[in-house]
Design a protein around this ligand. Structure first.
Ligand SMILES: Nc1ncnc2c1ncn2[C@@H]1O[C@H](COP(=O)(O)OP(=O)(O)OP(=O)(O)O)[C@@H](O)[C@H]1O
Length: 249
């Protein structure tokens, strides 16, 4: 039997930003090639500044690439007009981002309901209630984001993913603002997402979170430095420590 088509494919992705002193460009990602299959939970780890968040933004179509290509569900993002790109994200992609997150004027329940409503025109109230209950926030449904802690806002974002059921979820530090027990619950919910043949790509500094992934990609200076399959937390730590060492890769 042939392998399932990847939900996400990146080839030779490079990203440069203009240098802050105005002289030339800073190369942040170099030649990143990867594929994520349905049912995979992939973690991206690496030293601070190695390009993890930039990679996530590029893969999610939120940042234009300097070189290379990204395809989501077989559709190359570069060929899409802004409206088609927005529709692809709306219908198939979910985000758990600290800085691309909840709509401040809507309370938690409305934030959870919104993506499903936009994608399908309707949402079942019971599904929204259930998603909030599963992240432990049933009693905060009518709270606006400003009245929620950082960790609670992250959990609302997870509930939004549970309620809207996107094929591909990008998560930036999904356990970052949570204590160990809540972090473990969130990882269990992300595992449920991939068990439904969907995919999750998460950037994390949390070794225990990375050790719950099927695959861990280690970035160093904007390049893929190593790939670990079902590693332990100790193996992730060793790989990140190696990536932090100066000298040739
Ligand atoms: N908009 C931007 N303009 C210029 N440089 C940027 C921009 N965004 C990111 N960078 C640079 O790209 C590099 C990688 O940043 P990025 O946030 O992707 O790293 P990271 O691995 O996620 O870091 P951390 O673990 O500290 O969050 C950094 O040196 C950063 O200064």
């Amino acid at each position: 039997m042939s392998a399932p088509a990847p939900l996400l494919e990146a080839r030779g992705v490079g990203k440069s930003f203009p240098a802050q002193d105005g002289a030339g460009a800073v190369e942040v990602l170099r030649d990143v090639t990867l594929a994520v299959a349905p049912g995979e939970l992939v973690a991206v780890v690496g030293p601070s500044g190695s390009g993890k968040s930039t990679l996530l933004y590029c893969l999610a179509g939120l940042e234009p690439l300097t070189t290379g290509s990204v395809s989501v569900l077989g559709t190359p993002l570069a060929g899409l007009r802004p409206r088609a790109l927005a529709a692809l994200r709306r219908d198939h992609v979910g985000f758990v981002f600290q800085s691309y997150n909840l709509i401040t004027s809507l309370h938690a329940w409305e934030n959870v309901a919104l993506p499903a409503r936009l994608a399908r025109g309707r949402v079942s109230p019971a599904v929204v209630d259930d998603a909030l209950r599963r992240v432990g926030l049933a009693d905060r449904a009518r709270y606006k984001p400003a009245a929620l802690s950082g960790g609670q806002q992250q959990r609302v974002a997870i509930a939004r993913v549970l309620a809207s059921g996107p094929d591909l979820v990008f998560a930036d530090e999904p356990t970052g603002a949570l204590d160990t027990a809540r972090g473990a619950e969130v990882l269990a919910l992300l595992r449920e997402v991939v068990d439904q043949h969907r995919s999750v790509v998460m950037v994390t500094h949390d070794l225990e979170a990375a050790a719950r992934a099927d695959r861990v990609l280690v970035l160093r200076d904007g390049r893929l430095h190593a790939e670990l399959v079902h590693p332990t937390a100790a193996e992730v730590l060793a790989a990140v420590t190696r990536a932090e060492q100066p000298g040739p890769a």
